[in-house]
Design a protein around this ligand. Structure first.
Ligand code: ARG
Length: 466
């Protein structure tokens, strides 16, 4: 086909010689874009069917093309397909093999199409599938948390701000915080699918085509909601990949925060949770150790996903419309981030499901650090009519006294408390216990066990809906 044996058979018409070895190395994407083979073949089949339906190619050629594409699909799946870097990418590898298999009819497949719309189709289909997987994986993670939250709706633990004991909360409430975070992630996935669901096929190189193609037909055949509306935008757009990486980065950041909490909670010093053997490792030198490696790796892998987002943002920044070869650099970052995120969510789900909760340790810690001081102040406002600022001050003196006596607030003598403020009665002791403190926080979205149970129920109902 080409002018010489070495020039590319797909576009060798105006090239006298083949590329430099280094040119081939920088130009070829087959080593990574071969994972798009199924999408590429599906796209070609949809395109060929439409070309036949609209009379652009004959039914006979269509049959040959379909037969050839099916053969290629099984060759790739059987591992017998020979990929060639000379043929640059998956699109040309498939088309070249098709020519070997079916002869001149193969040359008709690329009518009214360009690699620019072809790669956009393949990549969208791939990202869409990945988003659907992420959606399902997040559902499993959320469900694991809902089970834990239900089981521990009344399990008390210290709530932290600045990682300093703040106020007692329930572990169920803390679990539900993650349910909220991962539910937002999941809805970002659904939004991304919604926006991505448009078919690029038929935008051709950038300007559309003069052939009487039916873009609605190919869109439907490939499972897209509708065709894209602007051919220039279509071949230059990678928002769907950027959105995937953005939501992946946010989700990874959520996972890393949870991972960090698990690392802290599983230290002997905290001892709030015990990880299962299945999701921890031992030390080769220190026999007593049980390390939260899965949590640490989840925390660390967030770096790869954030890096992938920055990579693609940087690739796309400042690119003129429409397609530029820069965009070939969109794939590896997305492939790596997708595999990484899958693994992170799966490992986290396993860890959360298996994790044993040490309710005694949580309870002990929940009462430490004068965690019910705010309850004391609130009592002074409610029962003694003090302005909150004054109540805060009075409580501060009670905390100082307890610190001096090295005891908890609930262990202070009534007379000592009354010396700080005469309006205090023994009714105060009812709010100084951790259990009563959490039970009292019944405001909507608050930590009271009744509230937590209500939120679990509502969340389950929402999950069942979609
Ligand atoms: N391998 C290319 C990519 O991933 C396919 C599109 C090539 N288009 C072109 N005009 N050279 O972007």
């Amino acid at each position: 086909m080409g002018n010489s044996d070495t020039s590319n058979q797909m576009w060798g018409g105006r090239f006298a010689s083949g590329p430099d070895r280094i040119m081939e190395a920088i130009n070829a994407s087959i080593d990574f874009d071969r994972v798009l083979y199924a999408q590429d073949i599906a796209g070609s089949k949809a395109h060929a069917a439409m070309l036949a339906e609209t009379g652009i190619i004959s039914a006979e050629d269509h049959d040959k093309i379909v037969h050839g594409l099916n053969t290629i699909l099984s060759e790739i799946e059987a591992g017998t397909f020979e990929f060639s870097a000379k043929l640059e990418d998956i699109h040309m590898n498939v088309e070249s093999r098709l020519a070997e298999l079916i002869g001149p009819a193969a040359g008709r497949l690329h009518t009214a199409r360009s690699r620019n719309d072809q790669v956009a189709v393949d990549f969208r289909l791939w990202v869409k599938e990945e988003l659907q997987k992420t959606h399902a994986a997040l559902t499993r993670l959320i469900e694991a948390f809902l089970d834990k939250a239900e089981q521990h709706a009344a399990t008390v633990m210290p709530g932290f701000t600045h990682l300093q004991t703040a106020q007692p909360v329930t572990f169920g409430h803390h679990c539900m915080a993650y349910v909220e975070m991962f539910t937002r992630d999941r809805s970002r996935v659904a939004d991304a699918i919604e926006r991505l669901d448009e078919c690029p096929l038929g935008a051709a190189a950038l300007a559309g085509t003069g052939f009487p193609i039916d873009r609605h037909m190919t869109a439907k055949a490939l499972g897209f909601r509708e065709p894209t509306r602007n051919s220039i935008d279509t071949v230059s757009d990678r928002d769907f990949a950027l959105e995937f990486l953005s939501l992946a980065a946010i989700c990874a950041v959520h996972l890393s925060r949870l991972a960090e909490e698990i690392v802290i909670w599983s230290t002997p010093q905290f001892g709030f949770v015990r990880l299962s053997d299945a999701f921890s490792t031992g030390s080769s030198i220190m026999p007593q150790k049980k390390n939260p490696d899965a949590a640490e790796l989840i925390r660390a892998k967030t770096g790869r996903i954030n890096g992938a987002l920055v990579t693609l943002l940087t690739v796309m920044k400042g690119l003129p419309l429409a397609y530029s070869k820069d965009m070939q650099e969109d794939k590896e970052a997305v492939f790596d981030a997708a595999g990484t995120l899958d693994l992170m969510i799966a490992a986290m789900t396993g860890m959360v499901r298996d994790m044993e909760i040490n309710t005694a340790a949580m309870k002990k810690a929940a009462g430490a650090g004068f965690s019910t001081a705010t309850d004391l102040a609130d009592w002074l406002v409610r029962e003694a009519g003090l302005p909150f600022r004054e109540a805060h001050h009075v409580t501060g003196r009670a905390v100082a006294l307890a610190e001096e006596k090295k005891c908890g607030l609930e262990k202070l003598a009534l007379e000592d408390l009354q010396a700080i403020h005469p309006a205090i009665t023994d009714g105060i002791f009812s709010v100084l216990s951790v259990a009563n403190s959490v039970k009292s926080r019944t405001s909507y979205g608050g930590t009271a066990p009744a509230q937590v149970r209500r939120q679990v129920k509502a969340a389950r109902k929402r999950m069942a809906k979609k």
